[in-house]
Design a protein around this ligand. Sequence first.
Ligand SMILES: [Zn+2]
Length: 501
Amino acid sequence: MALFKTVTTPFTNQPTMPAEPLSPVLPEKPPFQGGRPTATLIQNGTIVTVEGTQKADLLVIGETIAALSKKFNIKGLPPNTKVLDATGCYVFPGGIDPHTHMEMPFMGTQSSDDFEAGTRAALIGGTTTILDFAMQDANHSLLETLAQWESKAQKAVCDYGFHMAVTHFDPATSPLEMATLVKDRGITSFKVFMAYKQALMVGDDALLAILDEATKHRATVLAHCEHGDMIDYLVQKAKSQGRLTADYHAKTRPTLVEAEATGRFTDLAYLTNANIYIVHLSCKDALDRVRQAMARGQQLNVETCIQYLLLSDALYEQETPFDAAKWVFSPPLRAYEDQVALWQGVKQGLIKTVATDHCPFCMSQKAMGQDDFSLIPNGMPGVENRFELLYSEGVEAGKITLEEFVALTSTNAAKIFGMHPKKGTLTVGADADMVVFNPNVKHQIFAATHHMNCDYSAFEGWPVTGKVQTVLRRGEWVVHEGQCVVARGSGNFLARTVTNA
Ligand SMILES: [Zn+2]
């Protein structure tokens, strides 16, 4: 019996990527049972953390890492210790994706992964923790919004925390709510949108108030940096000229729009002395604004997403024009030169995290914008692919080191968002979240075999070197050789603390 729903929609227009043969089919093995043994010994693996790489054995007892040693004497271990031979494999800290949108209402529909399906796909892809966005709407307070997201996330199977998206700031109530969220509810980061006017966007007055309030509590403010008015101007102009096809999504969001907002956000944060984090930075022009801010001594954290590192705006030119809708998200894909600049930013330590902005919509949902690009729901699936793709295109391709890979996929997010060292590393006392990773397995990404609830892949046919073999989430074996066994709702909410990272 298949463990997962598979989607078999054929694709006629795929990005041109080199194809490689699939790995050979292996003989059938007994089904994976999952579960949390009293203890797990991971033997003969290569343990990778940001501090370095070493051949060692790792002992997990219960939910935490109990010891690391060159070699354990099996006789001294607890009875019924489960042993995993990791010869030839890396052992990485479980991935942390700091930017996801599970079952998010948006543009008249809802992202197609709910918290269970999306976090299951995350685990299969090596991500054991997500930070999702609780999105305030016009009719709810911040605390009501948190209650809504807590309820939705009850079914999550990986661990999770929330950033609180503040979409309207009420001077009478919002400051008190923000203080409560930070001090009592473990929500230590707030998100603002500088785009999506009439929906999510806040003006500069509200933005300043939010930055000021967050600074009082040493919380972090995240921003979606695009200039909403510039976009609306360009969108209306395109539409008035009858330019309605999906490729106009990108054409109406040039890099200038992102660079302006990035610069303005860093300026407002400089004025208010706020801790800030720029989400999904996609282009050289915006990165240059970050460099300018850093040149005056400003501290800030920058995220990019795996799609901006690997894909370019050439994908908007499709034989069937509406296929471009698969890559309609904001900011849009950029030129090849921007990819080069982003890799440089990663290498220079300007970009601290690689996330996904996972926000899938099926093609039937994308079709809402069949006749008008501005109605295409913005977003793409990615939470399952980030870890393996960054290994393959980063480490295997020689662009980043193993330690940088761990920093970008896990440790930096844990530090920035107040989860370290419980999350994001492999040290005694940390949560036993880890990925046993076989760097030699070659495979390909297909919508037909991925586990996200989305009928297309943004990386269809992409060849990948290296595969997640086994995943432990707090000591529980949740993924092994492509099978995932995990109880609905077994993910934990992470109450986070403020940090100076
Ligand atoms: Zn997002």
